[in-house]
Design a protein around this ligand. Sequence first.
Ligand SMILES: [Zn+2]
Length: 324
Amino acid sequence: MAVQLLDREKKTGKIDFTQLLSGVSAGDYVFQTTPYRQQIEEAARLLNQADAVLIGAGAGLSTAAGLSYGGKRFTDNFGEFIEKYGSAYMTDMYSAGFYPFPSEEARWGYWSKHAWLNRVEPKGLPLYRTVYELVKEKPHFVLTTNVDHQFWKAGFVDEDIFATQGDYGEIQCSRGCHDRVYDGTALFYRMNLERKDCLVPTELVPRCPVCGGRMAMHLRCDPYFVEDERWNEAAARYEAFLKGHRRERVLLLELGVGFNTPAIIRFPFEQMMRENKDWTLVRLNLDEAAVPESFGKRAIGIGADIARGIEDIQVKGRCVKDEG
Ligand SMILES: [Zn+2]
């Protein structure tokens, strides 16, 4: 499902909003009123009963894990950028990425820092490691819009991950003139060492080896996003996972997926729930945990801090297991 939508997006260069509606009237969405403890117990039970787990992870998971893009983490690390470009534009790491940098030296000056801080430097964060601990004994697969590489660092293997929106550690031709992406981590390391006044030296600015044009971060932010061989293989493995477990009890564990790009995880997960009556959904989301009421007891929306929720499910899960 998700893959079809992505293909369509690629062809048209934009998301077709008529395809986003998940067929649920807004009135069907409910925030659950059962006490938090009961929600956690239910979630642990669904996890325990599941034959396989499909994780869907969005920005909220990384924020909860500690990779927040605003506040002190931003001002502590981007002080000279805020001073140079103005605090009106440099409000957080998300907005700052859209700044119209005046030169390639300035653009890579910013992005090398952003990539270093959010992708290259951090180790596997405890929350991601706990997610891995939760699912590692069952067949599992990760579908994520996150580009910070945390699932790999937490112990998940390449075969079990489909990161649809790219990776901060990779670069590509800005016009997508050829279907290949390049490891940027060594380049970012050098840029970090040699950056002065927010600019990287001209000789470090990458050029496309095929067309000679500008390079860009490998992020889905325009129609030129490169879906290379590895991306397509991951997409195929995702499809295979869905097919292979169709007749089993699959738990959809949705973590921090909001309404920024709901067509990739959130809406397809709801559609899968409608198509597979034995599948279940645990949706952890600080503000947007509402689930369709028609799913009944098959779905739980936990509106709490994801780090706390995951930890509580893990603790409760041990008890559920012991009870058999
Ligand atoms: Zn090119």
